[in-house]
Design a protein around this ligand. Structure first.
Ligand SMILES: Cc1ncc(COP(=O)(O)O)c(C=O)c1O
Length: 388
C-alpha cells in the first residue's frame, strides 16, 4: 500500500499496549513531507520561514520574533547566549525539570542552580528561587510543567527586583494560555520544543520567541555557525557565497524537511489540543477523590496538555505501575530531579522538600492527540480498579 493511501488517522495504540506517547502521523503529515522533498531544497529554507510565520500567527505575536532551531535544547542554549549568559554566571531553574535545561545552561559556561517547586501546580517556587539570587545570578528559567501555566507574574516580579532575565521553558505548553494570552505572546523570552512526543512535532525541533529585535540577528548567527547574511537568503531556498563569520555559532538550524512536518501539525493544533484537554478532564473526573490520589487539575481550559501527571501515595506507586503494566497500560515518570543525577549532584541548590516528596508520587499516564476511546477507557479502568 502506498503511504499516501493510509487512513488519515492512524490507530492511536495497538490492542496489546497503550503507550505513554503516540505521535500523530496522518496522511496530511506525509503529504507535507513528500511535497517538501519534491522542492529539492532539503536544508533550512522557505518552509522553515513558513513554520516560523505560522508559529507567530498561532501565538498571536505582536512585535515578537520567532527563531526556529533543531531542538528545544538548542533553542535554550542560544537564547541564554543571546541574553548574555556565560562563564561565571548563575541561572536558576527547578531541579524538577528535564535535564536538557541544565545541560544547555552548563553549555554556556554558566552554572545551573536549582530551586524547589510549588505543591499545587508543580511550577517554580518563587520564594525558593529568590533565596538563591546572588551577585552572579543572571537569569531564571521557569517551567510550565505538563502545559500547566506556572506563576509567571511572580517570576517577572522577582526578575524586576533583581534585574534578571526570564527565559520561560514553554516546551510543554505550546498553546497554553496565562492571564488570557497565549504563553509566548508576552513577557521576556520563551522557548518551545517540537520533539517527537510534543503536542505538535517537527520530528525534532524547537524555537525561541523574543521581543528583543536586537537579539534576533544574534540568534540567527548562533543558530548557523556565526555566518552573516545566510538566514535571509536561505529563507528563499538560496545560499550566500560571499559570507563572513561574525561570531561563534552552531549547527542548530531547522531544515525545510523537519519544518514541513511542523507546518502540517500546526495546521491541526487546535484539534489536537481540544482532544487532549477532553481526555485530561475525563481522567481528572474519574480519579479525583480516589483514596491516595491527587489530580493536578480538574479544568484544562487554559492548558495545552503535553502529559497527564497524576500524584499517588508514594508507597503505592510501584504497585500501581505493575497493575497498569499487567493491563497493557504504559506509564512514564516526569521527572527524575536533576540534582539526583551524577553529573549535577554537586550543583548549588535550595532545600527541596516539595521536589523530594513529589518525585516519588508522580506518574505520567498515556495521553495522545485524537486518542482512541478504547485506550482512554483502559487507562481509566486500570487506575480505578487499582484504587477501588
Ligand atoms: C521541560 C523540557 N525542557 C526542555 C526540553 C528539551 O527539548 P528538546 O527535546 O526538543 O531538545 C524538553 C524535552 O522533552 C522538556 O520536556
Amino acid at each position: 500500500m502506498n503511504v499516501l493511501d493510509r487512513p488519515p488517522v492512524p490507530p492511536a495504540s495497538s490492542d496489546a499496549r497503550v503507550p505513554v506517547f503516540v505521535p500523530y502521523v496522518g496522511v496530511d503529515t506525509l503529504k507535507h513531507l513528500t511535497d517538501a522533498l519534491d522542492v529539492g531544497w532539503l536544508g533550512m529554507g522557505a518552509t522553515t520561514k513558513e513554520f516560523e510565520d505560522r508559529i507567530a500567527a498561532y501565538l498571536g505575536l505582536e512585535d515578537r520574533y520567532v527563531v526556529c532551531t533543531n531542538t528545544g535544547t538548542s533553542a535554550l542554549h542560544i537564547a541564554l547566549l543571546a541574553a548574555g549568559v556565560g562563564p561565571g554566571d548563575e541561572v536558576i531553574t527547578p531541579s524538577f525539570n528535564y535535564v536538557a535545561d541544565h545541560q544547555a545552561i552548563r553549555a554556556t559556561g554558566a552554572e545551573a542552580v536549582m530551586c524547589d517547586i510549588r505543591d499545587d501546580d508543580l511550577g517554580i517556587d518563587v520564594a525558593s528561587a529568590e533565596s538563591l539570587v546572588g551577585p552572579r545570578t543572571k537569569a531564571i528559567v521557569p517551567l510550565h510543567f505538563a502545559g500547566i501555566p506556572c506563576r509567571i507574574d511572580d517570576v517577572h516580579a522577582l526578575a524586576r527586583r533583581h534585574g534578571l532575565r526570564v527565559i520561560e521553558d514553554a516546551c510543554h505548553a505550546f498553546g497554553s494560555t496565562a492571564g488570557g494570552a497565549k504563553i509566548g505572546s508576552g513577557g521576556d523570552v520563551q522557548f518551545f520544543s517540537f520533539d517527537p512526543v510534543k503536542v505538535i512535532t517537527s520530528i525534532d525541533g524547537g524555537c525561541v520567541v523574543t521581543p528583543h529585535r536586537e537579539e534576533v540577528e544574534r540568534l540567527h548567527h548562533l543558530r548557523l555557525l556565526g555566518v552573516d547574511k545566510d538566514t535571509t537568503l536561505r529563507y528563499q531556498n538560496k545560499r550566500a557565497w560571499d559570507y563572513d563569520v561574525v561570531s561563534e555559532g552552531f549547527r542548530y538550524h531547522l531544515t525545510n524537511i523537519m519544518a514541513s512536518v511542523g507546518v502540517s501539525q500546526i495546521k491541526r493544533v487546535d484539534e489536537f489540543i481540544a482532544s487532549r484537554r477532553a481526555v485530561c478532564e475525563r481522567y481528572s473526573a474519574a480519579f479525583d477523590g480516589l483514596p491516595g490520589v491527587r489530580v493536578l487539575r480538574r479544568d484544562y481550559a487554559d492548558v495545552s496538555p503535553f502529559i497527564y501527571s497524576l500524584r499517588v501515595a508514594a508507597d503505592r506507586r510501584e504497585a500501581l505501575i505493575e497493575h497498569l503494566a499487567a493491563r497493557g497500560v504504559d506509564v512514564g515518570i516526569h521527572f527524575v530531579p536533576v540534582h539526583q543525577h551524577t553529573y549535577f549532584a554537586n550543583a548549588r541548590r535550595a532545600p527541596m522538600p516539595v521536589t523530594e516528596r513529589v518525585v516519588d508520587e508522580v506518574v505520567t499516564l498515556p495521553l495522545h492527540s485524537l486518542m482512541a476511546e478504547r485506550s482512554i477507557e483502559r487507562v481509566i479502568d486500570g487506575v480505578r480498579t487499582f484504587f477501588a
